[in-house]
Design a protein around this ligand. Structure first.
Ligand SMILES: Cc1cc2nc3c(=O)[nH]c(=O)nc-3n(C[C@H](O)[C@H](O)[C@H](O)COP(=O)(O)OP(=O)(O)OC[C@H]3O[C@@H](n4cnc5c(N)ncnc54)[C@H](O)[C@@H]3O)c2cc1C
Length: 719
């Protein structure tokens, strides 16, 4: 199934390199562009707004200024003062909010021009005009009310709404490149004049402050900027140069900010289409379609890679194949990718489900060779090389099974209704419902015994998930609801963690298990080790012959792999994991791979690769490299080697443990590290920002972000 000759393989490699670079630039613009837009808008807005407020606070002085300091020849002083203050005040507010920002920016730009020509010619005023002009032609950017309201307005019944939206779109298309060209030319002219010795002040060029930028090296950069060659790099270097010069106090703050913003605009948004860079890009795109994120080949006839499961492994495999000449179909029964390590925080009301899940389609929005199917796979026809999804069949050339695992009750499935586990969003919201309902029921209970039963939370399983759950429930009870109940003190809740083995966190070094025990004890969690769960029912749990009455029992004890092994009729271990070879191929098949939690592969130490997110990701990347090598006719990569990056578990606020083999951490340092790593591993910028915000909020206020009892009738299913 090799589709490329060695020559075309070289071309693909180049295309890939350029495609990767172009993608990085696009991502940079997508992330930094909106931030820069906001920064420019807010700094301009606050300047005008403060000026208006000062004048309003001392109106006599404002009139004096209009009369004697900067009289406008064609307006009487009172009108000039009212108009000026009105434009500054309303314009400042509107530009800051991004509401009617184009018009507001235009008015402020006009005011700046009046100030420049009628009162005092300053370089800073010219930068205001240039930056306000950018807002006027391009709009306020994504973080603005204009952008929020635009879709609704365009569809509204307001007269000319649709027409105006269309006209604005066309205007932006034409005006933005002109603004970018003018900005570059204007900078070039100013620096050129200074370099040519015409140092001085001009009403239309920022000449006096251009002097520090007219050093020989900077002139080369400015020349590159003017013709639009390597614009982003040149502009970024010039922006850095401006910062250095400003620190050395050779520029006033206002003009330094003006130069910096002008260069930053060009560095982030690029030179526009009238530039050498744009011509080069067009030429490169014709030769290497990857530059625009497209595959190097038409998709028709390319080998078809079907990936089942968009968890950590499936997503890693699909994204690694972005620039390989294959068609990818990614099938998942959920329409979102879930970050399971933070599920327990949804279950304990610290985060919302939307914070830790991202629509799979949005992950692959820009990956042209990937298609997403929302559906549940029920089998594989290995003879026909087809995957069965509902009543549909999807043919494959390569099949990647990355369907993960589910929780296992070790043959006691009758416990499931009384002790839900955590695997899906639905599980987490159900656990959250049970925990929060328990407090409500305890508040309503008439007798002490019933109250105690409701206020007893029992977690089965002392691995990382059990520890995290128990710690989070204890924190919620102790600090999250203070003063909200009248008849109970939620802090009195009893949290019990039951572990069958001799210590909790058995995969961690003993010293960290002991520290975890101590941290849990400090939170008031009772840890029962060497304790076997013998029965779970509506009244509670029988643990090693002792009955613990509890209405909320949670399961964090065992997992079983997805039924992928059964679909293939292949060998599996006791936990249902598909046995795979060193190349993650399922024995007996030369085109079926399995990875992540659903596969049993050997680690470098001979033992099984653990069921962890990094292991699934590494497996996905490895399978992509095997498929890629085959498709391009290259040598197969070395056998899969799992690299253990370390183990982490959090216990509560500023308490966690981390084991990296060579270094072991506990307490606040491990907790900060745990937070940084989890935010870093989350998929999607929005999720990272919202998780950071929620954590920051609950860190300061001690309250959970999402203490909602959902899932139908509050008491439904609650025992
Ligand atoms: C509560 C919890 C906490 C965890 N904490 C950590 C942690 O702190 N650190 C860590 O490294 N790991 C942690 N893990 C383990 C980690 O999440 C898994 O190892 C990892 O998700 C495995 O990735 P995967 O790609 O194999 O499977 P998953 O990520 O589980 O993805 C499997 C995908 O396959 C889909 N799927 C399944 N069956 C079908 C089907 N028949 N048809 C279509 N689609 C299907 C599922 O919808 C899912 O999207 C935790 C797991 C849980 C449950």
């Amino acid at each position: 199934m090799s589709v490329a000759t060695t020559a075309s393989a070289g071309r693909i490699a180049w295309g890939e390199l350029l495609g990767g670079a172009a993608q990085t630039v696009r991502s940079g613009e997508r992330v930094l562009g909106p931030l820069l837009d906001v920064l420019i808008r807010w700094s301009l807005a606050q300047m005008f707004f403060v000026s208006a407020v000062l004048k309003l606070a001392d109106w006599d002085r404002a009139l004096d200024l209009a009369r004697y300091e900067y009289p406008v020849t064609w307006l009487d002083p009172v009108t000039a003062a009212c108009l000026g203050v009105g434009v500054e005040f309303a314009g400042g507010i509107l530009v800051a909010a991004g509401l009617g920002a184009r018009v507001a920016a235009l008015a402020l730009a006009a005011l700046s021009l009046v100030i420049q020509f009628e009162y005092q010619a300053l370089d800073a005023h010219l930068f205001w005009v240039a930056l306000l002009g950018w807002i006027a032609v391009r709009g306020a950017g994504p973080f603005s009310l204009d952008r929020m309201l635009a879709p609704g307005l365009a569809q509204s019944a307001l007269p000319f709404a649709r027409f105006t939206t269309k006209v604005l779109e066309r205007f932006t298309k034409v005006a933005v490149p002109i603004h970018q060209l003018l900005l570059r030319s204007w900078i070039g002219l100013a620096v050129g004049c200074v370099a040519a010795g015409e140092l001085g002040s001009s009403a239309v060029l920022p000449m006096s402050s251009a002097a520090p930028i007219a050093a020989p090296f900077a002139i080369v950069l400015v020349a590159a900027l003017v013709i639009g060659l390597g614009t982003r790099v040149a502009a970024a270097l010039l922006a850095a140069g401006v910062l250095t010069t400003a620190v050395a106090s050779e520029m006033t703050t206002g003009t330094a900010a003006g130069w910096f913003a002008a260069f930053a605009l060009l560095a982030v948004h690029g030179p526009g289409p009238i530039a050498v860079d744009a011509m080069l890009l067009r030429w490169l795109t014709r030769r290497f379609p990857q530059v625009e994120g497209k595959p190097a080949f038409a998709l028709d006839g390319l080998p078809h890679v079907v990936i089942v499961g968009a968890g950590f492994g499936g997503i890693a495999c699909a994204t690694r194949l972005a620039r390989t000449p294959v068609r990818i179909t990614l099938i998942d029964r959920q329409n979102y990718h879930l970050f399971q390590p933070l599920l327990y925080q949804v279950a304990t009301a610290a985060l919302s489900p939307g914070d830790i899940a991202i629509p799979i389609r949005s992950v692959f929005r820009e990956q042209f060779n990937a298609r997403v199917i929302f559906g549940e796979v029920s089998g594989v026809d290995t003879q026909q090389r087809e995957v069965v999804v509902g009543d549909q069949r999807v043919a494959y050339d390569y099949l990647v099974l990355a369907t993960g695992a589910a929780h296992s009750y070790f043959g006691r499935d009758e416990w499931a209704p009384f002790a839900p586990g955590l695997k899906r969003v639905e599980d987490a919201t159900e656990v959250r419902r049970r925990i929060l309902t328990a407090f409500e029921r305890a508040e309503a209970a008439e007798d002490e015994a019933t109250r105690d039963e409701h206020l007893t939370f029992l977690v089965v399983g002392g691995g990382p998930t059990g520890v995290e759950l128990a710690g989070a429930i204890a924190e919620l009870a102790r600090f999250g609801m203070t003063g909200e109940f009248r008849r109970i003190d939620p802090a009195r809740a009893r949290v019990v963690l039951v572990q069958a083995g001799p210590r909790i966190l058995p995969t961690f070094p003993e010293v960290l298990s002991a520290r975890t025990n101590a941290a849990l004890a400090k939170l008031g969690v009772e840890v029962l080790t060497d304790s076997r769960v013998e029965r779970i029912d509506a009244t509670g749990v029988m643990v090693s012959g002792r009955c613990i009455a509890s209405r909320t029992v949670l399961w964090a004890a065992g997992v079983v792999a997805s039924p992928a092994a059964r679909w293939l009729g292949a060998k599996q271990d006791a936990a249902g994991r598909l046995e795979v070879g060193a190349d993650l191929l399922v024995p007996g098949f030369d085109n079926v791979f399995a990875l992540g939690d659903t596969a049993l592969s050997k680690g470098s130490h001979g033992g099984p690769v653990p069921g962890l997110a990094p292991a699934a990701k590494q497996g996905g990347a490895y399978v992509a490299s095997v498929i890629r090598a085959r498709v391009l006719g290259k040598r197969a990569p070395q056998p899969f080697r799992y690299r253990h990056l370390g183990s982490l578990a959090t216990i509560g606020r500023k308490a966690a443990v981390a084991d990296f083999g060579f270094v072991r951490l506990s307490g606040a340092a491990a907790w900060w590290l745990w937070g940084a790593i989890h935010v870093g591993f989350l998929v999607g910028v929005r999720n990272r920002v919202s998780v950071l915000f929620d954590w920051f909020w609950s860190y300061l206020t001690f309250t959970g972000a999402t203490r909602l009892i959902t899932g139908g009738e509050a008491a439904k299913g609650y025992r």
